[in-house]
Design a protein around this ligand. Structure first.
Ligand code: HGY
Ligand code: MN
Ligand code: MN
Length: 437
């Protein structure tokens, strides 16, 4: 089923001169054309020549280039561009102070060697959807904003959704100031080096009060739409999920001369814990991954003194997630004791279950199904998003665009061109339905 096919050329609507028109002048390129042009411009930024993956980490040069790209797109469309106290970028059509704004957007940062679509698809589609609406002559009766939330992946400082968490008051400035990257660079220093004021960060209730609805379009990180044969779907919920750091401390020693019985080798406890995580997840029907490990001193011929492993675990409900993580930690402590190794476990990032706003979810499904009369798929996800963080503060919804392999957080992440354009048209239909009452 295809959703949002063929712009239906809505007649210019509006509450009169005060309403922010989508923009007069020559009709901008249709959704597909502007999408491709923006996609081509953004594609090379932060892409690693060797892996083909993206390394767009918060407050780095690649991040700055992405931000510059966002500002150029906003100003090229005559939108009022601003950066909020937490470094998130906003592009407004209409008067933000009027309130009840419809906001759409996503993030531009990536995981290490991430794919091209996770985040950028939502941001590029937001601009392309506005271009589509301008092509339809749409007049808005509510302010509209496009947003790029900073540091969604937490690839550098370890905490997901820093920009949206700060804005929503779910991360304090003090907590953010204590975040450091793998080289020991503290987040405030990284912000300063990028030209931002770390003393300004903090909750932004005034900004949130201006938002009537937030809709994030995102590439699906799974195969539900591929299996159902749909181009676009609507999100129902996000699984609870988090990140735990396991520090196994043993005793550094010579790999060649230390008898096995004399060793206190943290690598053994770590290895056993990785297998325990998989076992606990399988038993509970959840997921658990040790995807990052750091070894000190990390020498081939040295028994490590410290092995740090990061567990990412997610489950359909909190009770199951607690069961999995509790089981992994219990096993890890048994292994550590058996090898004379000390263990500390620290929860570094956590997002509780998110149920998206039911009324907004159903409104999106109605809008997207109205032309075809077909039922739009409504699906849950295990992936975290800024929309999940904002859902505690404003009515929030998500659109997913088909990903034929379901692969994400990998250079192989992919969405077909016509599915991306269908996503743009679906987002345009949603924005028109919400902001042009
Ligand atoms: O980890 C996540 O689910 C998201 O990509 N930040
Ligand atoms: Mn991601
Ligand atoms: Mn994402």
């Amino acid at each position: 089923m295809t959703v949002g096919e063929a712009g239906h050329g809505g007649s210019p609507e509006g509450a009169g001169p005060s309403s922010p028109s989508a923009g007069a002048g020559t009709a901008p390129p249709a959704a597909g054309a502007s999408f491709h042009e923006m996609w081509r411009e953004l594609l090379p930024i932060g892409r690693h020549a060797g892996s083909g993956g993206y390394r767009r980490y918060a407050w780095t040069g690649a991040d700055a280039e992405c931000r510059e790209w966002f500002r150029e797109q906003a100003e090229a469309r005559g939108l009022a561009y601003e950066v909020d106290r937490n470094g998130n970028q906003w592009a407004w059509l209409g008067d933000p102070a009027a309130g009840d704004a419809v906001v759409t957007g996503s993030h531009l940062d990536s995981v290490p060697d991430g794919g091209a679509f996770d985040g950028p698809l939502g941001v590029v589609s937001s601009f392309a959807a506005l271009d589509e609406l301008r092509g339809r002559g749409t007049r808005f009766t509510r302010p509209l904003a496009l947003v790029n939330f900073g540091d969604e992946e937490g690839a550098r400082f370890g905490l997901a959704c820093v920009g949206s968490r700060l804005t929503a008051g779910r991360l304090t400035a003090e907590q953010a100031h204590r975040l450091t990257d793998g080289d020991g660079v503290a987040l405030p220093r990284a912000m300063e080096a990028a030209g931002y004021d770390p003393e300004a960060i903090g909750p932004d209730p005034e900004r949130l009060a201006r938002i009537g609805a937030f809709v994030e379009l995102h590439v699906e990180q799974g195969r539900a739409l591929d299996l159902s044969g749909d181009r676009v779907g609507v999100a129902s919920a996000i699984w609870p999920h988090g990140r735990w750091r396991f520090d196994f401390r043993g005793e550094a020693n010579h790999a060649g001369t230390t008898r096995l019985v004399d060793r206190r080798d943290p690598m053994l406890s770590y290895a056993q814990t990785v297998l325990a995580a998989r076992r606990e997840a399988e038993l509970a029907g959840a997921v658990a991954t040790f995807g990052k490990v750091a070894v000190e001193p990390n020498g081939v011929n040295a028994i490590p003194s410290l092995v740090r492993g990061w567990l990412d675990s997610r489950a359909a409900d909190q009770e199951t997630l607690d069961e999995v993580v509790g089981g992994v930690e219990k096993a890890a402590r048994e292994y550590a004791t058996a090898h004379g190794v000390d263990l500390d476990v620290v929860r570094e990032s956590f997002t509780p279950v998110v149920e998206f706003d039911h009324a907004l979810r159903d409104e999106l499904a109605r809008i997207l199904g109205k032309d075809t009369g077909l039922t739009v798929p409504v699906l849950g996800t295990g992936a975290g998003h800024d929309a999940g963080i904002l859902s505690g503060s404003v009515p929030t919804a998500m659109l997913f665009v088909r990903n034929p392999t379901g692969v994400s957080h990998s250079p192989a992440e992919f969405a077909a061109e016509d599915d991306c354009v269908a996503g743009v048209r679906a987002l345009a239909d949603v924005l028109e339905g919400l902001a042009c009452r």
